[in-house]
Design a protein around this ligand. Structure first.
Ligand SMILES: [Zn+2]
Length: 799
């Protein structure tokens, strides 16, 4: 059943093909050298890549020797005397200009430089060279070429290598339209920074710089946006293949290493000159062999540091995943589906001690590509003392000698599949058409045991802030805590959450949900599989004091488990259209959990959580500004820069949740819930823009009927105003002003004002302004109470 062909044989047989292999190509790319014979004296050479304008005033431009006929690199060096060059970029939106200003002190980029290194796979190098060769006035300089080549070849080679997988992919797939343009600039004021134009990215233009903090490397995105032609309607470069029908057979050995075969169907949507497919995979996994339609295929597997970092800054907080390429030679027939088989092995399961295990690379333990919805068939073979829980409905579960075999299949197509394993105790509950499997450990992991080392920080995708333990030497209780103490309680909460969300948003198409423990203070909601902090299983009172606060925070009003259940709707049923829209999914999941909390414990419980979020968003960072001011919620992981490492979490979860709450108060409960239900039942993917347009259809009549102002301020902008209300009542009307501070003049939020007359109460959303904004409300009765409703708006009151 498990066939592992030795990789050596597979790769050896490749050599017989006469076609170019990725390995050979990579070898050429690694040895890219500048060509002194292609050194030109340049004078006023201008070119642009969409919004990026480059002006080479006076200096020398040296090209690299061609690789497969393409000039992949060049170096510009200004004349030592009076030479000059600059790069110019005007971001198209206010928030992008403010982002650039945060990092460079200027809303526009206009930087003079003395040298720059270029990497291009889009043909820019060939075009520039042809332009210079065909210009009788341009002069070659062999002497300068020699000097520059000697000094800069290594720099160029290092930079090209840092884009390794991408450059190999572009050259092999031979489509210049999809190629990239990159320049590393040594600016006069801004030091070294990166400019990237990549037509296959969501934001085709990215400018930024590597930053370091606390032994961690960040790519600080100064600005990233859609390039001009895409803003003007050019179709984005989509993925031109379908990847479906994924079947994984995995063996997990007693030492927790895994050997797996992933099979899938690949269908090319249009003819391609070469068939190359990129995949993401955990760096702890390696590919041992691959075949296409039964024939050996080449796998190119190499980490590309710079492209990984730039990608990671926008898409995920985990820059660990690596890209590899599967090269199908000869190119695949687009008329028929093809069977791909990838053999991979590695250690993605870790041991947290006391027989508590966890899956480190939860999203990339198998090769991932395409990002579409697919069916999964997963078969695990593992030591019989353990239990595997995985995405899908059980098909088979049996013991075979020392092994246990668990086979699951998905009922509906999903985005990705996960698994968890452990020495579990479990209970299964059928409920209103759902089947819940709840798993708990038999022991606590070492880090939670009474006497232990402190918890190491973990990457989490959840809204629970990390605090350093306040009492590291706290006394330990005599009894070890029970790792399944809250199992009954958890089951009840999970069923309540499923009932509540089914009732409000419609049934989840995924009916089998496994809930499993994971060490650390976080959770994650995969399709049909929830990872829940081991802390959520323990009674907080049983933990050592140093962990109690953290546990209580994790339990915080029981939000964690309901947040994760809500991801079956927000995140698995409805997915974000791009990284800009990730906040929406997290905020909807979190707010769904808060709605249930409010239903169970009353509005005060909801307001307390929101109040805590507001306080946190207002804390000052090392820059002296509030955490909230790091950037708009739509920036996603970009918010996590070396300037504000904590901003992504706070802004995505806390401000995002506030945005949903304010929207609810603007629409009213019935309209708000109808909006969520419509999204859950009709939208598979949703962008922030689509969300605004839909919400606008439910919005009441107001000066902001389509919610443009609301979104401009809260979603696309930053600012948390302090607001002051002044009013008088004279016989027939209530009039007054609302003044705001701590936000810039362009901020024009509407704030809720409650006017009470006797037993009647009305809420008016009124404009605030930096010059106090006047209002007037017809009112024949003297009001008994006129107040700003700070519980319904992300503001504070100022005296
Ligand atoms: Zn979440």
């Amino acid at each position: 059943m498990f066939r592992f062909l030795p990789a050596v044989i597979l790769f050896a047989s490749l050599r017989s093909a006469c076609a170019l292999t990725a390995a050979d190509l990579d070898d050429e790319i690694q040895h890219t050298a500048l060509d002194p014979a292609e050194c030109y004296r340049v004078l006023d050479l201008n070119f642009n890549k969409e919004d990026v304008k480059v002006y080479l005033g006076s200096g020398y431009l040296v090209f690299s020797k061609p690789v497969q006929g393409m000039h992949l690199g060049a170096v510009f060096v200004a004349n030592s005397e009076g030479g000059d060059a600059d790069v110019l970029l005007l971001p198209p939106t206010r928030s992008e200009r403010s982002s650039l200003a945060t990092f460079t002190n200027s809303p526009n980029l206009e930087e003079h430089f003395k040298s720059a290194v270029f990497v291009f796979t889009d043909g820019t190098g060939d075009d520039l060279l042809a332009q210079l060769q065909n210009n009788p006035a341009s002069k070659k300089s062999l002497e300068m070429g020699g000097l520059i080549a000697e000094r800069w070849t290594q720099v160029l080679s290092n930079l090209i290598t840092s884009f390794d997988a991408r450059v190999v992919y572009d050259v092999l797939s031979a489509q210049r339209d999809n190629g990239m343009f990159y320049m590393a600039v040594s600016g006069n004021q801004l030091d070294n920074f990166d400019v990237l134009y990549d037509p296959t990215a969501q934001d085709q233009i990215v400018v930024g710089k590597l930053g370091y903090r606390d032994n961690r490397t960040y790519f600080n995105t100064w600005t990233a946006f859609q390039a001009r032609s895409f803003r003007n309607g050019a179709a984005p470069h989509g993925i031109h293949y379908a990847w479906d029908n994924i079947r994984i057979e995995a063996t997990i050995q007693p030492d927790l290493t895994m050997q797996a075969v992933t099979r899938a169907t690949l269908t090319w949507r249009q003819p391609q000159p070469r068939s190359v497919v990129p995949f993401d995979l955990s760096p702890n996994m390696r590919i041992t062999a691959a075949t296409v339609d039964g024939r050996p295929a080449e796998v190119f597997d190499r980490q590309s540091l710079r492209s990984d970092l730039i990608q990671a800054s926008n898409f995920s907080p985990d820059s660990d995943d690596r890209q590899f390429l599967l090269i199908c030679n000869p190119p695949l027939d687009p008329a028929v589906p093809h069977e791909i088989e990838i053999h991979h092995a590695g250690a993605v399961v870790r041991d947290a001690g006391n027989q508590v295990y966890y899956v480190g690379a939860r999203g990339t333990w198998y090769p991932r590509t395409g990002g579409g919805l697919t069916s999964y068939d997963l078969l695990f073979r593992y030591p019989k003392s353990l239990t595997v829980a995985a995405t899908g409905t059980p098909v088979e579960d049996r013991i075979d000698g020392d092994w246990r075999i668990t086979h699951v299949k998905t009922d509906v197509p999903i985005r990705f599949a996960g698994f968890n394993l452990g020495n579990f105790q479990s209970m299964v509950q059928e409920h209103n058409g759902y089947r819940i499997e709840l798993y708990a450990n038999h022991q606590l992991e070492t880090a939670l045991a009474p006497k232990s080392v402190p918890l190491s920080p973990l990457i989490t995708d959840e809204p629970f802030r990390r605090r350093s333990p306040t009492d590291p030497l706290g006394a330990s209780p005599a009894e070890p805590p029970d790792p399944a103490a809250r199992m009954d309680h958890l089951t009840k909460n999970l069923l309540d959450a499923l009932d509540f969300m089914t009732q409000e948003f419609g049934p989840s198409p995924i009916r089998n949900i496994a809930v499993t423990p994971i060490p650390g203070g976080f959770g994650q909601g995969f399709p049909g599989l929830v990872y829940l902090s081991t802390l959520a299983y323990v009674n907080p009172g049983q933990l050592p004091p140093r962990l109690r606060e953290r546990a209580e925070e994790t339990f915080y009003s029981e939000l964690l488990e309901t947040h994760e259940v809500a991801h079956q709707w927000w995140g698995n049923l409805v997915v974000p259209a791009s990284y800009h829209d990730g906040w929406l999914i997290e905020s909807l999941a979190n707010y769904s959990a808060l709605l249930l909390l409010e239903r169970k414990k009353g509005v005060k419980a909801l307001d307390d959580v929101l109040d805590d979020y507001r306080t946190h968003l207002l804390t000052k960072t090392a820059t002296g500004r509030t955490l909230e001011s790091a950037g708009p919620v739509i920036w996603g992981y970009r918010l996590e820069s070396s300037l504000t490492p904590d901003a992504w979490r706070a802004i995505t979860y806390e401000k995002g949740t506030w945005i949903i709450h304010m929207l609810r108060r603007r629409l009213g409960d019935d309209k708000f819930l109808a909006l969520l239900r419509e999204i859950a039942s009709h939208h598979h993917s949703i962008s922030t823009q689509e969300f605004r347009e839909l919400a606008g259809q439910y919005a009441p009549k107001s000066p902001d009927p389509d919610l443009k102002i609301f979104f401009d301020n809260w979603v696309y902008g930053t600012g948390l105003p302090a607001v002051k209300l002044s009013y008088t009542w004279r016989g027939t009307k209530l009039s007054g002003t609302i003044a705001q501070r701590d936000v810039d003049d362009a901020f024009s939020a509407y704030v809720p004002v409650e006017v009470q007359t006797g037993s009647k109460s009305n809420v008016y959303w009124l404009a605030a302004g930096s010059d106090p904004a006047a209002f007037s409300i017809p009112l024949k009765v003297r009001p008994t109470r006129v107040v700003l409703v700070t519980a319904d708006c992300l503001m504070t009151t100022s005296k």
